[in-house]
Design a protein around this ligand. Structure first.
Ligand SMILES: Nc1nc2c(ncn2[C@@H]2O[C@H](COP(=O)(O)OP(=O)(O)OP(=O)(O)O)[C@@H](O)[C@H]2O)c(=O)[nH]1
Ligand SMILES: [Mg+2]
Length: 322
């Protein structure tokens, strides 16, 4: 099951409404009123229990098992919704499922026992109250699962089989703009000081193959322990997906980050990912460079006038191991 394709999740009231609506359609056509009430109550209790337990079961099953998912997905889940909280919410849903079934099983024999229709109805409504109370108890957790689902829907669906290039660099150096110009990706380009909020994916079509390109939030030159969760998403992509690294340096310093700061970040990543394929890009080449650098084989690009984009594209396609 894909993280991006978790089916809709209902909150407590929706779940209860649906279960009660279905149960209300249950009718028995036995003549004797007391007997009819008993048969109806038994079937209705079963119906409510099943129509609560079954969806809860499907929610729990729809989320991937944390032990078997790719470490990148696990890291992203942790950085967006939190693995612990997700695990607890799923645990609560599963607890409610079992509890509701147990209440059903306890009340069915009571409803079946010989007595007046009126008493049977009382027993049935007691069972309803207990079951729906359990569902209401986990509303917070269901609402959390609903929002986790919507976060997951927007996560990049990275194929670990296909080659990937990750665009990295300091904030505001033009990563998102370049991804937008070079690929099918439509990352948000926001004006300073708002940075891209998470990783996103685009694709470059080569003759017979597709190269995935990932946009990442700008990295500051600081240790991981000081990095925020957005920066950590980019680091997780580098740590776990073994991509080609496309490192952007904005020599115009219009990004607001000095060349010194950018080279220091460059050095950190180079040291850390020394065995990765690497391309150095000088971005915003339409602007005047404040300094020159001696990176080997750099590709100057400008999204403004389109210079260097095709060269970078060809270089990426040649480097990718399809
Ligand atoms: N002159 C010029 N400006 C550019 C170029 N590329 C991007 N910009 C501008 O630089 C600013 C930052 O661009 P983004 O693409 O958002 O930069 P980013 O690296 O994705 O920024 P973060 O997501 O914050 O890390 C925007 O105002 C862009 O319009 C370029 O080639 N030339
Ligand atoms: Mg960006």
């Amino acid at each position: 099951m894909n993280l991006q394709e978790i089916p809709t999740i209902a909150n407590s009231e929706e779940l209860i409404d649906r279960a009660l609506r279905r149960a209300s359609k249950v009718e028995e056509s036995v003549r004797n009123a007391d007997y009819r009430a008993r048969l109806t109550a038994v079937r209705k209790i079963h119906s409510v229990a099943d129509n609560i337990a079954n969806p809860l079961h499907s929610y729990v099953k729809a989320f991937p098992s944390f032990d078997s998912i790719h470490p990148f997905d696990r890291a992203i889940i942790d950085l967006t919704v939190g693995v612990d909280r997700l695990r607890k919410s799923l645990g609560a849903a599963d607890w409610a499922r079992k509890e509701v079934l147990m209440i059903g099983n306890k009340y069915v024999p009571k409803a079946r026992a010989r007595k007046s229709a009126e008493t049977t109805m009382k027993i049935m409504s007691e069972a309803y109250t207990k079951m729906t109370n359990v569902v209401r108890q986990i509303n917070k957790q269901l609402e959390f699962l609903i929002s986790a689902r919507s976060v997951f829907r927007n996560l990049p669906n990275v194929s670990t089989e296909k080659p990937l290039a990750v665009f990295a660099g300091a904030p505001n150096v033009g990563k998102s703009s370049l991804i937008g110009a070079i690929s099918s990706g439509k990352p948000e380009v926001k004006s300073y000081p708002f940075t891209t909020k998470g990783v996103s994916l685009g694709h470059i079509k080569a003759k017979y193959n597709t190269l995935q390109v990932m946009d990442t939030p700008g990295l500051l030159d600081r240790p991981d322990s000081d990095r925020n969760d957005m920066e950590k998403q980019g680091i997780a992509a580098l740590d776990y997906l073994n991509p080609i690294i496309v490192f952007l340096t904005d020599l115009s310093e219009s990004s607001g980050y000095s060349i010194k700061t950018q080279t220091s970040l460059h050095q950190e990543l180079k040291g850390r990912y020394s065995n990765y394929l690497w391309i150095d890009v000088y971005s915003k080449s339409d602007l005047e460079a404040k300094e020159t650098l001696d990176y080997p084989d750099p590709v100057p690009v400008s999204v403004m006038d389109g210079k260097g984009i095709d060269i970078l594209k060809d270089k990426l396609i040649n480097l990718a191991k399809f």
